[in-house]
Design a binder for this molecule. Structure first.
Ligand SMILES: Cc1cc2nc3c(=O)[nH]c(=O)nc-3n(C[C@H](O)[C@H](O)[C@H](O)COP(=O)(O)OP(=O)(O)OC[C@H]3O[C@@H](n4cnc5c(N)ncnc54)[C@H](O)[C@@H]3O)c2cc1C
Length: 342
């Protein structure tokens, strides 16, 4: 790998690049692979490891945007379902259909039948590419998902969406591999420090965090795929954009496997938001939180973990309630949400 990295650095500095992609999360990796696939000479860099920021902190779901139906954003859901279907068809071993087993409590803000009609509409918008939804009575939930606490439930709904069978990072890394296979360059631990537009080229200064040296690179175009740090890079280079990012922190906890059946247990948490228990190998991933934060650097707090454990224990009927001792790992990142400035 060191040899490959050195070869990439040498190639990047000795030849004018058609494009420098800054950030090797899912967006930078896909952009670089698409450009390299069209024959462009590309270098994609990341100041950390490949896909080591937001793209390793997601819920591992590839969904068609069911929650936007509540706000009647039909056009958006139609497009998201189409993208989800295309992903499912293009990456059949990595992105697969999974059933969402959704519980609905008494007094929920929408009647169960209306939610069922919503899932039917969602299925139709997904061009019927998945299994049809199913209305669940508390007795069926009791029978098929005995770990769910059915006491507060009016019933539930089962519908389909997709998930990353391995995980988000591996999916992103597949595109980095494609960049290399096409003879382009991918370099981790390489940070963009400065870029100046001079004589029709981007004159870039990079910091190699492995050798602690500076690398100069010239590129015809520059793609800013720095995720939550994209605004910072724009500001560094005086680029005025009509949009900006706001950050919503999301935390997950990983606990020993709650159910062996391959479906996502879905609930509405105490804050009214969707709350998932997602299969992750021999573990279960529980989340997520949604907290507006100012900084792109995110750490799970004690309150985040307490919120996740409290909700999981209220929604499940476990022999022993989950405690902090059951938490094998935590995942936490910020969702970089795009909004119009002003
Ligand atoms: C809790 C949570 C759950 C989510 N769940 C889902 C989900 O289930 N499904 C879904 O589709 N999406 C989900 N998302 C959203 C998804 O994870 C993000 O939209 C996606 O990962 C963003 O990818 P990105 O490539 O834009 O950013 P990132 O993955 O953050 O990549 C940006 C990269 O740029 C690098 N970088 C920054 N500055 C520099 C620099 N100066 N020089 C070099 N490199 C730099 C960073 O190191 C980073 O690796 C979730 C997000 C969160 C936080």
């Amino acid at each position: 790998m060191n040899q490959l990295r050195s070869t990439c650095i040498e190639s990047a500095r000795s030849e004018i690049q058609d494009c420098l992609v800054v950030g090797a999360g899912i967006n930078g990796a896909v952009a670089a692979a698409a450009l390299a696939g069209k024959g462009a000479k590309v270098t994609v860099i990341d100041r950390g490891d490949f896909a080591s920021l937001t793209s390793q902190e997601s819920s591992n779901l590839a969904w068609g945007g069911i929650k936007y139906l509540e706000n009647f954003e039909f056009g958006l859901v139609w497009k998201l379902c189409k993208s989800r279907n295309e992903l499912m068809a293009a990456y059949p071993t990595q992105i697969q259909e999974i059933r969402f087993f959704t519980s609905i409590a008494h007094g929920f803000r929408k009647p169960r039948l209306l939610i069922y009609l919503g899932t039917l509409l969602y299925w139709w918008m997904g061009r019927g590419r998945t299994k049809a939804p199913r209305l669940l009575s508390p007795a069926v939930i009791e029978n098929e998902a005995p770990m769910v606490n059915t006491e507060p439930l009016v019933g539930g709904i089962e519908y389909s969406d997709c998930y990353f069978v391995e995980n988000d990072t591996r999916f992103a890394f597949g595109f980095i591999r494609k960049v290399l296979q096409k003879g382009s360059n991918a370099v981790n631990y390489m940070e963009l420090i400065e870029a100046e537009w001079r004589n029709g080229l981007w004159d870039c200064t990079l910091r190699d965090h492995v050798s602690d040296t500076t690398v100069a690179l010239k590129a015809k175009t520059l793609v800013n795929a720095a995720g939550p740090y994209a605004d910072r890079i724009n500001a560094m280079h005086g680029i005025d954009c009509p949009f900006k990012h706001v950050f919503s922190k999301g935390a997950h906890i990983i606990v020993p496997q709650i159910t062996k059946t391959r479906h996502v247990l879905t609930f509405f948490a105490s804050d009214g938001r969707l709350f998932f228990m997602i299969p992750m190998g021999k573990q279960t991933c529980i989340g997520t939180t949604d907290t507006r934060v100012d900084s792109a650097a995110a750490e799970p707090t004690d309150d985040d973990v307490a919120f996740l454990l409290e909700n999981a224990n209220a929604l499940l009927k476990l022999d022993k309630p989950l405690t902090r001792k059951d938490v094998i790992a935590q995942r936490c990142g910020v969702r970089p949400l795009v909004v119009k400035k002003g």
